[in-house]
Design a binder for this molecule. Structure first.
Ligand code: UDP
Ligand code: MG
Length: 154
């Protein structure tokens, strides 16, 4: 199995609302691997880098305040087609339109306070994983029961 990595952030609303464990459990039960995890608090400079594509938008000042005023949890999630699989589990940005069964569909009704971030492409994932984690903070371990997650040819 050619493992792919993606970056996930549980935003301050996920922690404030006490659903951190429920969110992480969804990646675990899908069979994805948590390769790295830490709690941190972004500052304005870091937020501007992470959300560089949104800095000029009218909602950006509120977004920066929201993501910097409380801690977040960052994860590296690994597995087959992890970038796409994680985006499917997360659901679309506008949680009001997010299907039930997705994280945003089940836990949010907002385009802003939508609980979670996930990298949107393989290229973004590579950059974002590096932004949040050094290589030595990312663990390379195998599951004892890999046989029950993937077939030998996947
Ligand atoms: N966001 C917002 N208002 C908007 C669009 C985005 O507050 O109209 C916030 C929201 O928290 C979103 C984040 O900016 O998750 C990043 O936006 P992006 O378009 O990258 O969406 P995502 O990749 O998170 O689905
Ligand atoms: Mg995005």
């Amino acid at each position: 199995m050619a493992a792919e990595r993606t970056l996930v952030l549980i935003k301050p609303d996920g922690i404030q609302r006490g659903i951190l464990g429920e969110i992480i459990a969804r990646f675990e039960r899908k069979g994805l691997k948590i390769a790295a995890m830490k709690m941190l608090q972004m500052d304005g400079k870091f937020a501007k880098e992470h959300y560089a594509h949104l800095v000029g938008k009218p909602f950006y000042p509120d977004l920066e305040k929201f993501v910097t005023e409380h801690p977040i949890v960052a994860l590296v999630v690994e597995g087959k087609e992890a970038v796409e699989v994680v985006r499917l589990i997360v659901g679309p940005t506008n949680a009001t339109k997010a299907p039930a069964g997705t994280i945003r569909g089940d836990f949010s009704n907002s385009t802003s306070r939508n609980v979670i971030h996930a990298s949107d492409s393989k290229e973004t994932a590579e950059k974002e994983v590096k932004r949040f984690f050094s290589e030595k903070e990312i663990f390379k371990y195998s599951f004892r029961n890999e046989y029950y997650r993937y077939a030998a040819d996947e």
